[in-house]
Design a protein around this ligand. Structure first.
Ligand code: NAD
Length: 502
């Protein structure tokens, strides 16, 4: 297949990846069918015993070597990301930097997060030692999107590996070459490891579905809510646990006491960088009426000088997935039909695979541009009379992923009122760059968390061990040797332990 659209064609055995800016073919990859996926999972299962039995220090060494290999090949990798995804090389490098930060955090903190700990057995069980241990799950299936082709899947992959699991990764059909480059670097950095610690299977959604059906111990998915729901339904068959990182419709609140210039700068960037194809990118802005005109003028001024392209000076690249362009067009047209005004751009901003920034104001809150994920370089701005109104509108969404607050005095207070998985105050996307902070959402934004300690725990199962150190004479509770006097004693003790609270 060699079309500019990466779509599955029945019976095809190869997938051709193309440059979204010009349609040039980048590479052709064999498509993995169910049998090939099962074979990859078997290889990962075979390696899981060895990899899982290594010490945290050993796994740290291998993961950090992988990071260094990615650094050594960074020029080649950034060129490939630019070619296959379309984003500027500098943005590709920033994505690599964030990826390396997370690999390092996972490698260096796995032991601290997961090491066995002794917990209190409680008064009743004081003759026991109680140990809480976290075990790797085994083989993790990871399915990735294309918008941050290494950063997003890495949020699962690096943490799953650091926790002692092996990984079978299905990259997006729009970033297959990048996914294979990133995976191959792991094997190149660690030739002494057995085959199967971290492997890729390539293909479209069908290959992802085959991975969900296979003998994996958890599926970690990043992509749209619609696909996430299908994956959860399919995973129910084998009760395979799911981690779902889906879309967003992130809101920004600009309070009356905000630094207007800083807020406008952050909003302009957060809405359009990566062509607006960011799960936690800015999509909706609620600004206090008292500063609205100044804020809108500032956003417009900044974005008037921001242009997409494929050269090194471009602020952002083409839309990676051609079908997304129609969604962006529909949202702009619907917004304008429903009382909105475009203060910058409009439907004419869509020029081939490139979309110039579009700023829409006073759009009906029920229109597609406010309710659905647009995933393009557009934003809506609405003025509000109070922080209460801004919080209510921000929270009124089927998504709940990221959010942003601009306020000099009340940032943290407003952040705590937002129904989101993460909030950045007086900057956009701060949470995504802090490795210790978990990332993820609720509702249509998904289930579970990547990054940080919670993101590491996602790839483990608790194993509780209770060791009887000695028997208390006459107090055998879990035995037919239990006596009447033991029960009498218990009836006296229980009110003392639990019955004194008025
Ligand atoms: P998508 O849902 O179309 O595809 C994601 C992946 O799922 C691809 O690899 C695809 O081949 C695979 N897939 C498709 N159908 C499948 C099926 N039935 N079973 C198993 N796998 C299947 O999403 P996309 O267009 O690649 O990515 C964009 C979406 O990802 C946006 O909604 C964006 O918000 C979201 N996203 C979320 C996060 C996050 O961390 N929450 C990060 C990045 C992107």
């Amino acid at each position: 297949m060699s079309t500019t659209e990466s779509t599955a064609v029945a019976g095809e055995t190869t997938l051709t990846s193309v440059n979204p800016a010009n349609g040039e073919v980048i590479a052709t990859h064999p498509i993995a069918d169910q049998q090939a996926v099962n074979a990859a999972v078997d290889r990962a299962r075979g390696a899981a015993t060895t990899w899982g039995a290594l010490t945290y220090a050993e796994r740290k060494k291998y993961l950090l070597r992988w990071a260094s290999r990615l650094v050594a090949k960074s020029e080649e990798l950034c060129d490939l990301i630019h070619a296959e995804n379309g984003k500027p090389r500098d943005d590709a490098f920033l994505e690599l930097l964030l990826t390396l930060e997370h690999i390092a955090w996972a490698a260096k903190n796995a032991e601290k997060v997961l090491k066995p700990r002794k917990v209190s057995p409680g008064a009743l069980m004081s003759n026991f030692g109680a140990y809480l241990e976290q075990r790797p799950l085994g083989v993790i299936g990871v399915i990735g999107p294309w918008n941050y082709p290494i950063f997003t899947p890495n949020g699962s992959i690096a943490y799953a590996l650091a926790a002692g699991n092996t990984v079978v990764y299905k990259p997006s059909e729009y970033s297959t070459s990048i996914g294979n480059f990133y995976t191959k670097a792991f094997a190149e950095a660690n030739p002494e490891l057995p085959d199967g610690v971290f492997v890729t299977v390539n293909g479209y959604g069908e290959t992802g579905a085959a991975l969900v059906r296979s003998d994996i111990d958890k599926i970690a998915f990043t992509g749209s809510a619609a696909t996430g729901k299908k994956i959860m339904a399919a995973a129910a068959d084998r009760l395979t646990p799911v981690l779902l990182e889906c879309g967003g419709k992130d809101a920004v609140i600009v309070a009356a006491d905000a630094d207007i210039k800083a807020a406008a700068d952050a909003v302009a960037y957060g809405a359009t960088m990566n062509s607006g194809q960011t799960c936690a990118g800015v999509e909706r802005v609620y600004v206090d009426a008292s500063i609205r005109d100044e804020f809108v003028a500032e956003v417009k001024k900044i974005l008037s000088d921001v242009h997409p392209g494929s050269d090194d000076k471009a602020a952002y690249g083409p839309m990676t997935m051609p079908s997304q362009i129609d969604i962006v067009r529909r949202h702009i047209e619907d917004a304008l039909k429903n009382g909105g005004t475009a203060v910058l751009g409009g439907p004419e901003s869509i020029k081939g695979p490139y979309i110039e920034p579009v700023v829409l104001v006073d759009v009906d809150e029920n229109s597609a541009a406010v309710r659905e994920e647009t995933f393009g370089p557009t934003l809506t701005i609405r003025s509000v009379r109070s922080v209460d109104e801004a919080v209510a509108l921000a929270n009124d969404s089927t998504y709940s992923l990221g959010s942003t607050v601009f306020s000099r005095k009340h940032g943290l207070e407003i952040a705590r009122r937002l129904e989101a998985g993460a909030t950045s105050v007086n900057a956009v996307l701060g949470f995504a760059a802090i490795s210790a902070l978990p990332f993820g959402g609720g509702r249509d934004s998904g289930i579970g968390r990547i990054h940080g300690a919670p993101g590491m725990l996602e790839f483990t199962a608790a194993h509780s061990i209770a060791v009887q150190r000695f028997q208390i004479p006459g107090i055998a509770l879990l035995s037919y040797a239990r006596t009447e006097s033991t029960m009498k004693l218990l009836r006296r003790v229980v009110p003392l332990l639990h019955g004194r609270n008025k």
